[in-house]
Design a protein around this ligand. Structure first.
Ligand SMILES: [Fe+2]
Length: 286
């Protein structure tokens, strides 16, 4: 190294302590830790993207009809959201069983986590959407925890850009109990732009919101939230899917079959005795 190189090739930092990453996964994890989110572009095949879009629209139409029309959903502020996709189409199993996603979730939540929600969100052009206000996916929780309690996997099923209303993030907001001022939020918000088929992984406690779609195209996303099992599901996946996964203990566990509230003291004990619910505790000494 000549004198010129020495002069213009300075140390990376003056820090004595610095984290290190060994691969892409480490970097994703570090981003989620520090910023609250990471974007993995082009995670899905484009053929799947088209299929998912059509299926979200189909399931939403079914759910609109279940409730007596879209006006009813507007009345309760629940429009443009196809919920519990897996209960309407088993095609959506595959997004729960992805080993890469599992590796990241396990890093943050440990071995036992459950599906909290799996929704298809439809952002029609120039239309109000319940995801537009800033929120945490564990809504109305103004707390921090020493470890994450929820991880959100958000797939962009359309191009996320400024025109289509890419989801906005407030980096680092999972690290603070309350939401910052409107002024701070507007100054520090960023658009999570990503091509269709990308995966956005969020700490579920990071504040974010759906952007306003000012394009001519509907923007779609597939949203899955995984949580520690003590957090109650908004919709009971065990109720919806009890007949479907009776021979699949791994899926039962993931869908929350093993952490439903027991009906009685007796049923709580009998379910353990009959091994309906696994108990990995102590053995009675005799
Ligand atoms: Fe959200």
């Amino acid at each position: 190294m000549d004198l010129h190189e020495k002069k213009y090739n300075p140390k990376f930092s003056w820090s004595k302590e610095q984290s290190e990453v060994n691969n892409e996964l480490d970097l994703v994890i570090e981003e989620i830790h520090r910023n609250g989110f990471s974007i993995i572009p082009n995670f899905l095949e484009q053929t799947d993207v088209k299929i998912i879009r059509d299926k979200i629209e189909g399931i939403y139409t079914t759910q609109v009809n279940e409730c007596g029309g879209e006006d009813k959903l507007y009345e309760i502020g629940d429009q443009h959201n196809a919920k519990a996709l897996i209960a309407y189409d088993r095609y959506f199993d595959r997004f729960l069983n992805n080993s890469y996603i599992f590796e990241i979730i396990k890093y943050f939540l440990g071995d036992y986590f459950i599906l909290h929600q799996q929704n298809g969100i439809i952002h029609r052009p120039e239309s109000a959407n319940p995801t537009h206000p800033w929120h945490r996916d564990l809504v109305y929780q103004h707390i921090t925890t020493s470890r994450p309690i929820g991880i959100t996997t958000l797939f962009s099923i359309s191009d996320f850009n400024v025109e289509t209303g890419a989801t906005m993030a407030l980096p680092g907001s999972h690290l603070h109990e309350i939401m910052p001022s409107q002024e701070f939020t507007i100054k520090n918000q960023i658009s999570m732009c990503a091509p269709a088929g990308s995966l956005l992984i969020l700490n579920s406690m990071m504040f974010h919101r759906g952007g306003h779609n000012i394009s001519n195209e509907t923007r779609y996303s597939l949203n899955q939230v995984f949580t520690l099992p003590f957090i109650r599901q908004q919709i009971s996946y065990p109720n919806l899917l009890q007949d479907v996964f009776h021979d699949n203990p791994d899926m039962q566990r993931l869908l929350g079959f093993n952490c439903e509230t027991e009906e009685s003291v007796k049923s709580s004990r009998m379910n353990k005795i009959n091994k309906v619910r696994p108990f990995q505790g102590w053995k009675l000494e005799r």
